[in-house]
Design a protein around this ligand. Structure first.
Ligand SMILES: *[C@@H]1O[C@H](CO)[C@@H](O)[C@H](O)[C@H]1NC(C)=O
Ligand SMILES: *[C@@H]1O[C@H](CO)[C@@H](O)[C@H](O)[C@H]1NC(C)=O
Ligand SMILES: *[C@@H]1O[C@H](CO)[C@@H](O)[C@H](O)[C@H]1NC(C)=O
Ligand SMILES: *[C@@H]1O[C@H](CO)[C@@H](O)[C@H](O)[C@H]1NC(C)=O
Ligand SMILES: *[C@@H]1O[C@H](CO)[C@@H](O)[C@H](O)[C@H]1NC(C)=O
Ligand SMILES: *[C@@H]1O[C@H](CO)[C@@H](O)[C@H](O)[C@H]1NC(C)=O
Ligand SMILES: *[C@@H]1O[C@H](CO)[C@@H](O)[C@H](O)[C@H]1NC(C)=O
Ligand SMILES: *[C@@H]1O[C@H](CO)[C@@H](O)[C@H](O)[C@H]1NC(C)=O
Ligand SMILES: *[C@@H]1O[C@H](CO)[C@@H](O)[C@H](O)[C@H]1NC(C)=O
Ligand SMILES: *[C@@H]1O[C@H](CO)[C@@H](O)[C@H](O)[C@H]1NC(C)=O
Length: 876
């Protein structure tokens, strides 16, 4: 253990020589002034900032650096005590054991001074007796224990400060609740430093400040006197010491690794006689974690203000003489000099004492201008691989993970990020397993996952991630990958990015053209055909009075297949026509066990035997699909050229009829009912898409096919009827293989391929119908999606909403539904959400409306703007 010293110049004479030879810097650092500073006033209202006139630095709120905790102001009675404007408010963390600030805007490899300041100020008004029971919490720098803050005074500014070399483009500072009170923080600051300063701070080790004093000073010295904004606290030392000061300029070496500000060096203390030592002492703070035995670095700074008489002294550190080459220190005249510890020093006693004693030849007593005591931030926990840290940060950002994912992913023990484990090889920690199952993650799988090169197990099941996965992930042979098999193996298929941009542009242009054509065509067809049909009541339908009886080919083995004779019996010879389906009339019926059913009868077709077979197989499998929000397909009849489907009877009609006010039993649906219906239908559709081994595509979703049962429970009807059926049944004018005009996915027109996202498009149209009360196509108007979009741009939700709701709704709830509807109806199917995501948002929308209804506490219109959702990013 020894002290290093500035090279060579040990006497005043030599200094003169040196000063004339060396390139001497006085204020060399103006180019650094205030640059690379981050000044965060924790607890300041989000988005605000101010200029602190006392130091001339701008402080901003911390909302961009953390998303947990709560803002508080200190009690008014302490305002007068505060030294720093940034201590007037703070952020406290009553929830979660660990809360971290992510100080972004760092550059890996650069050196920074990082500081957190804590002033309690009775912010919670609890008048806590801090003297008797101090509030104690820990502060971590990344993975490493940095400081333990023990707050025993409401008026003190407690400071944690460290000098670090950034490992990545952000620095994380975590406050850790150790069960002795709620952690809080008043301000957080980061200052870029020249990398030649403080050589003890290197990429593999950081140093934290224990004490820093400007001796003989009367006030705090910091920025702009110190271009790095170190806080030099005034100290007069022990009683009996004398103050010295000068107004002369003080020079220093251009290579000085500490760059103590001139103002700090212009004051000093001295002992009254040569026989009285100057002594400094400190100890490991009481209550420090027992496992942490800090190693200390001591820097002392001195310069003489006179040159007439000899001043020489030796330094004893815990009794040892630590002067290199046994040469005593002689402070140079108006020239900055220092002695620094070359290695950290640890004494098992935990007590440290430095005595500065005049040599027996010294005429003047010892003097000291300033000193700093640092301790080594222990890096004995191995550091997390920086590429892994960066990759996890990217994954967190891309998925907007809001859970307790803060700081370094491989924090020790219980603070390791939820859902992952790390493995250390003694030097670095690497992420080894990552379990992101059932985290409601949407969108593409981030490429960053492939940068976790030590990852062995990755569980992505239970999410709504788009296939395919990044190629590199699929190629990683030693990786155990769990995922949802619903869209096939995620590693099959081409990555969307692989498509050429040209192709994308061509497809986009085609989609637009076809969508425009479809709109034109749709309006045209609607005017010509649809209007009369809508106006036709049941009485005007040509319900067949009698049918040929000719079902010879009875499959009695399958209970779901009915004979034509059975149909006649069930419907009482087709006596009660209850409506018109897509392909023909619908009759009310009753099974032998009393179950009410609806029998959809189809116009005679000339079906081939093969067509019939296909149809039977397909419909037969649909009868096995049971769900609370799906209309049960009870059975079917395929006799001869008659195709019939027998469905569960839904007494309250279709959503279409209810929105048009064509259900005479029920008054106009209120918003709560509509939101509930939307949610139920979405769940039904989600089940079709994800509940079975293979996804079932509805193909013809529209408000006519959402039926209301007893208690207004909504169920989806007519699902999964594919081409074989449609070919057999012969198209009604409004029906094509892809559904009904007004609801058709425009991308389908281009690709000719139906996917679950075609249903999502149709469902989006239904949602807009629910909000507006209007059908998708109105004569002489553009399509409902365009109509709503134009009004959304105007920003006034009331012009969109069905006027029959009489403003009895939660605005946020409506916005949420409109937002999700517009996402569902995106032209590009890849931009549409999955039904699971739609369900999740509709749940929120319903909850918002229910909250309004129960609290009868109508939300402020003004708060709506920020409620627009971004489904790709939501991490719930
Ligand atoms: C503080 O911010 C204001 C406005 O943003 C700016 O005009 C001023 O120059 C800034 N002051 C400092 C010291 O950066
Ligand atoms: C703190 O006080 C300011 C006014 O001085 C006020 O605007 C702000 O809302 C207060 N913050 C809290 C959390 O009470
Ligand atoms: C950091 O590296 C230096 C050499 O580059 C070494 O002397 C020092 O002991 C290391 N620190 C730690 C904490 O391992
Ligand atoms: C040294 O200066 C400080 C503040 O300027 C003062 O409080 C203290 O009394 C002085 N000490 C002596 C011995 O004069
Ligand atoms: C300074 O050191 C001397 C000698 O070890 C001791 O007597 C004195 O109490 C010390 N003073 C302080 C303030 O530590
Ligand atoms: C310094 O002095 C001590 C005794 O005070 C002696 O043991 C040691 O060898 C000396 N070191 C050098 C480098 O002269
Ligand atoms: C002490 O200062 C010297 C330069 O004189 C430097 O080389 C050395 O790294 C410093 N040691 C520490 C621990 O700051
Ligand atoms: C001064 O100290 C040196 C060694 O530290 C010693 O040899 C010498 O005798 C001392 N002189 C006086 C006058 O005490
Ligand atoms: C991931 O976590 C879920 C639930 O927490 C668990 O069921 C599953 O087995 C875990 N996956 C792996 C690969 O350990
Ligand atoms: C993977 O890591 C390398 C090196 O750190 C980096 O350049 C690259 O951008 C990273 N890739 C992703 C997808 O994060």
């Amino acid at each position: 253990m020894s002290f290093g010293r500035s090279k060579g110049c040990t006497t005043a004479h030599l200094i003169f020589l040196a000063a004339s030879l060396l390139h001497v810097h006085v204020h060399s650092d103006t180019d650094f002034l205030g640059e690379g500073f981050i000044n965060i006033d924790c607890g300041l209202p989000g988005g605000s900032s101010y200029l602190d006139n006392k130091i001339g630095l701008n402080y901003t709120s911390d909302d961009g650096y953390i998303n947990t905790g709560e803002n508080h102001n200190i009690s008014a009675e302490y305002n007068a005590h505060e030294l720093l404007t940034s201590s007037l408010n703070l952020r406290s963390f009553p929830g979660g054991g660990r809360n971290c600030y992510t100080l972004s805007r760092a550059t890996a490899g650069h050196k920074y001074l990082v500081r957190a300041i804590f002033m309690h100020g009775n912010y919670d008004g609890k008048e806590r007796d801090l003297v008797r029971s101090p509030l104690v919490f820990d502060v971590y720098m990344g993975l490493h224990f940095w400081d333990r803050i023990s707050v025993s005074s409401s008026t003190m500014n407690y400071v944690a400060e460290a000098i670090i070399v950034a490992e990545a483009s952000s620095v994380s500072v975590c406050l850790i609740d150790i069960g002795r009170g709620t952690p809080f923080v008043s301000s957080m600051e980061m200052r870029k430093m020249k990398s030649s300063l403080y050589p003890a701070a290197m990429y593999n080790q950081s140093i934290a400040l224990q004490e820093r004093h400007s001796l003989g000073a009367s006030s705090l010295i910091r920025y702009p006197d110190d271009p790095y904004d170190r806080l030099w606290w005034p100290s007069q030392g022990t009683s009996g010491w004398l103050n010295l000061s000068t107004t002369s300029e003080i020079k220093r070496y251009s290579t000085d690794p500490f760059e103590v500000p001139v103002r700090v060096l212009q004051t000093a203390v001295t002992s009254p006689t040569t026989s009285t030592p100057l002594n400094l002492s400190w100890e490991v703070p009481s209550g420090w974690p027992a496992t942490i035995l800090p190693g200390y670095y001591l820097n002392i700074y001195y310069t003489d203000f006179q040159e007439q008489q000899l001043r020489a002294f030796d330094v004893y550190y815990n009794g040892f003489l630590w002067v290199p080459d046994n040469v005593s220190i002689t402070p140079a005249y108006l020239f900055s000099d220092y002695s620094n510890a070359t290695a950290p020093f640890t004494d098992n006693s935990g007590f440290y004492n430095v005595r500065i004693i005049a040599t027996n030849t010294s005429v003047l007593p010892p003097m000291l201008n300033a000193y700093e005591i640092y301790y080594l931030i222990q890096h004995d926990d191995t550091a997390t691989d920086t590429q892994d840290v960066q990759a996890m940060m990217n994954i967190k950002t891309e998925y907007q993970v809001k859970k307790n994912w803060m700081g370094d992913p491989c924090l020790p023990e219980k603070y390791t990020w939820i859902g992952l484990t790390c493995k250390s090889d003694g030097v670095t920690s690497r992420v080894k397993t990552l379990n992101l199952s059932f985290n409601n993650l949407y969108g593409a799988v981030p490429d960053s996952l492939t940068n976790l090169s030590s990852l062995r197990v990755l569980d992505l099941s239970g999410n709504h991630l788009d296939s395919p996965f990044p190629e590199a992930l699929c190629m990683a042979g030693s990786l155990t990958l769990r995922y949802d098999a619903m869209n096939g193996h995620p590693c099959n298929g081409k990555s969307p990015e692989k498509k050429s941009i040209l192709l994308k542009v061509v497809v986009a242009v085609l989609v637009v053209i076809v969508a425009l054509l479809a709109c034109t065509l749709t309006v045209f067809c609607f005017c010509r055909k649809q209007v009369p049909n809508v106006l036709l009541g049941c009485a005007n339908l040509q319900c067949p009075k009698s049918h040929e009886v000719g079902c010879n080919n009875v499959h009695t083995s399958d209970r779901r297949e009915f004979t034509y004779a059975e149909l006649v019996a069930i419907t009482n010879n087709f006596s009660t026509c209850i409506g018109e389906g897509g392909y023909g009339p619908v009759f009310h019926g009753e099974l032998k066990d009393g179950t009410q059913v609806a029998v959809k009868l189809h116009s005679p077709t000339s079906a081939t035997a093969k067509g019939m077979e296909e149809f039977s197989a397909e419909v037969g499998s649909l009868t096995t699909v049971h769900h609370r929000y799906l209309v049960l397909l009870v059975g079917y009849c395929t006799e001869k050229d008659h195709l019939s489907l027998i469905y569960e009877y839904m007494p309250n009609g279709s959503l279409y009829d209810n929105l048009r006010g064509r259900n005479t039993f029920i008054q106009t649906l209120g918003w709560r009912d509509r939101a509930q219906i939307a949610l139920e239908a979405a769940q039904g559709l989600d089940y079709l898409h994800t509940g079975c081994v293979l996804p079932i595509i509805h193909r013809d979703l529209k408000s006519h096919n959402i039926l209301l049962g007893h208690d207004m429970i909504a169920k989806i009807s007519d699902f999964g009827l594919s081409k074989s059926y449609i070919n057999l049944a012969q198209s009604h004018i409004s029906v094509t293989a892809a559904g009904t005009l007004g609801y058709i996915d425009p991308e389908y027109c281009v690709s000719g391929r139906l996917t679950t996202s075609s249903d999502v498009f149709s469902f989006g149209v239904v949602l807009l119908e629910i909000v507006t009360g209007e059908p998708p196509i109105l004569p002489t108007h553009v399509h409902i999606v365009q109509r709503v979009k134009e009004k959304v741009i105007m920003g006034n939700i009331e012009t969109i909403v069905d006027p029959r709701l009489h403003r009895q709704y939660d605005f946020s709830s409506i916005w949420k539904v409109v937002d999700i509807a517009l996402l569902c109806t995106r032209e590009a199917s890849s931009e549409r959400p999955t039904m699971s995501m739609v369900v999740s948002h509709l749940k929120d929308a319903l909850a918002l409306e229910e909250a309004r209804a129960t609290e009868s506490n109508i939300r402020q219109v003004g708060s709506n703007a920020d409620l627009s959702i971004s489904w790709v990013a939501s991490g719930r």
